[in-house]
Design a protein around this ligand. Structure first.
Ligand SMILES: NC(=O)c1ccc[n+]([C@@H]2O[C@H](COP(=O)([O-])OP(=O)(O)OC[C@H]3O[C@@H](n4cnc5c(N)ncnc54)[C@H](O)[C@@H]3O)[C@@H](O)[C@H]2O)c1
Ligand SMILES: O=P(O)(O)OC[C@H](O)CO
Length: 331
């Protein structure tokens, strides 16, 4: 099967290398010429991975026409780019294709999940199904082949199994599942929790606080996910607690890192002034705030993150406000 990976950033490169390691036919398409040239000429993607040597067989191109005839197209771009890129590839695709989504978040205007955006933008006769390949996975670790497990989630079990078989190897183990709603909501909202976790660390809080954040954050994710039709058990899996742990505790996480800076400076100003990285949790916080309000879902941690990011509330004040809410039963 021939796969084209759209996006020559960190996750696109790491996942394309998995397929190359598995001796599959794969090509990376990128808009950033420097990244494409770095892969082709130096077998590196230094912007994201420094001196890490990539599989020398991995190749990249800036020609979007390369998706013609592809069996699988994997979208590894930020959520904000999924809608435009889908419209672009829809005009070029010439047969039924499995579209793999790896992005974590929502459409910035419609609030749709990524699979919903893809199904809306790709014509039925060009789409076999959408498979979301998601779970606890930092590209920085996958690219150096550290052991990782993630899910291939799809409403089409056959396509999920195809993706599972293509990507699985001795360092990457793929499980399949079909709870698209629960899985995609889990991996989106955990980014807001990772910002919260970073903020708390930046403020100087330690292990007890992080454990509390992860545990209570998971409850919020379940509340939101179940409200929209996700299955509670999904949140106990790789796209729930798994991704929540990896993002709330890792120095690789851009969401955690953003939160850490905000907490350390007790201000969002410098983050918004200087950030150039993909920090999906920021837009997600805005959407979760709006949707939770409209639907009467209690999301206190997400709400405080929203207040810090968009309403100028002090991080230190938010942490305190979470503690002095009305006392209640845990469950
Ligand atoms: N990096 C990770 O460890 C990781 C792991 C799991 C999931 N994800 C998710 O993957 C998604 C992509 O993140 P990333 O980490 O690869 O981001 P990144 O910032 O490392 O790379 C993004 C890439 O997308 C490219 N791009 C942007 N708009 C484009 C367009 N219209 N057409 C083609 N290319 C375009 C950029 O040039 C860049 O190469 C995010 O939603 C993220 O949450 C990332
Ligand atoms: O760097 P982050 O915060 O986008 O996290 C990357 C992945 O989502 C972790 O599973």
């Amino acid at each position: 099967m021939r796969t084209v990976v759209i996006g020559s950033g960190s996750w696109g490169t790491a996942l394309a290398q998995v397929l190359q390691d598995n001796h599959q036919e794969v090509l990376v398409y990128g808009v950033a010429e420097a990244e494409v040239n770095d892969i082709n000429e130096n077998h590196k993607n230094s912007k994201y991975f420094g001196d890490v040597e990539l599989n020398p067989e991995l190749k990249a191109t800036t020609d979007i026409q390369c998706i013609k005839g592809a069996d699988i197209v994997l979208l590894a771009v930020p959520t904000i780019a999924i809608d435009p890129i889908c419209h672009q590839i829809n005009d070029i695709l010439d047969k039924k294709t499995i579209i793999i989504n790896v992005s974590k978040g929502f459409h910035p205007e419609t609030n749709e999940r990524m699979s919903e955006v893809i199904r809306r933008c790709i014509d039925e006769d060009k789409l076999s199904s959408v498979v979301s390949l998601i779970g606890p996975s930092h590209a920085e670790e996958v690219v150096i082949r550290l052991l990782t497990t993630i899910d291939a989630i799809s409403l089409n079990n056959e396509d999920a199994v195809t993706v599972q078989n293509l990507f699985s190897n001795q360092y990457l183990r793929i499980y399949t599942g079909n709870d698209e709603i629960g899985s995609e909501l889990g991996v989106a909202i955990k980014n807001v929790m990772a910002i919260a976790s970073g903020i708390l660390s930046g403020l100087g809080y330690q292990d007890n606080t992080r454990a509390a954040l992860i545990t209570r954050g998971l409850q919020e994710m379940i509340r939101y996910g179940v409200h929209f039709g996700g299955q509670q058990k999904t949140f106990m899996g790789l796209t729930g607690i798994g991704d929540l742990i990896v993002t709330c505790t890792s120095v690789h996480s851009r969401n955690f890192e953003a939160g850490y800076q905000i907490g350390k400076e007790n201000s969002v100003e410098n983050f918004f002034k200087n950030n150039t990285k993909t920090v999906e949790g920021v837009r997600t916080a805005k959407i979760v705030h709006r949707v939770a309000k409209e639907n009467g879902i209690d999301m206190p941690i997400c709400e405080e993150v929203y207040q810090i990011l968009f309403n100028g509330k002090l991080p230190s004040e938010c942490a305190q406000d979470l503690m002095i809410r009305d006392l209640k039963k845990e469950f």
